[in-house]
Design a protein around this ligand. Structure first.
Ligand SMILES: [Cu+2]
Length: 126
């Protein structure tokens, strides 16, 4: 009696499980194929904001992953720039108050404001 009742419940359960796994398998494959970079590195590229205010980069040191974007925004009342050290591998050029500028640093670097050379920052690319 108990065995028969168990089989009656077990069969629909088995069918439900078989359907669920059959339905979910192609979905998982699609996700993997659509985002190969994420699957490989485990990192979704993101953006990190750096505010320029009161003659400082804030934060002045950022740690990012390869492929991440830095967005510099001049929130000060005078022009500034962001320029890679030591060889100006990249530079924003002058940023007026309110201006923003993006860069995807390829490697760790120090940088400064070439207009106010005491303004410095550090980018660590992991
Ligand atoms: Cu400056």
């Amino acid at each position: 009696m108990i065995t028969t009742a168990g089989k009656r419940i077990a069969l629909p359960l088995l069918l439900a499980c078989a359907c669920l796994s059959a339905c979910s398998t192609p979905e998982a494959k699609d996700t993997g194929a659509a985002t190969p970079e994420v699957a490989k590195t485990g990192h979704v590229p993101t953006s990190v904001a750096i505010s320029i205010a009161q003659m400082k980069f804030n934060p002045d040191t950022v740690t990012i992953q390869q492929g991440d974007t830095l967005i510099f925004t001049n929130n000060d009342v005078v022009d500034h720039d962001a320029t890679a050290l030591p060889d100006s591998a990249w530079t924003s050029g002058p940023l007026k108050p309110g201006d923003s500028w993006k860069v995807v640093p390829g490697a760790s670097t120090e940088y400064f404001c070439s207009i106010h050379v005491v303004m410095r920052g550090d980018i660590v690319v992991e």
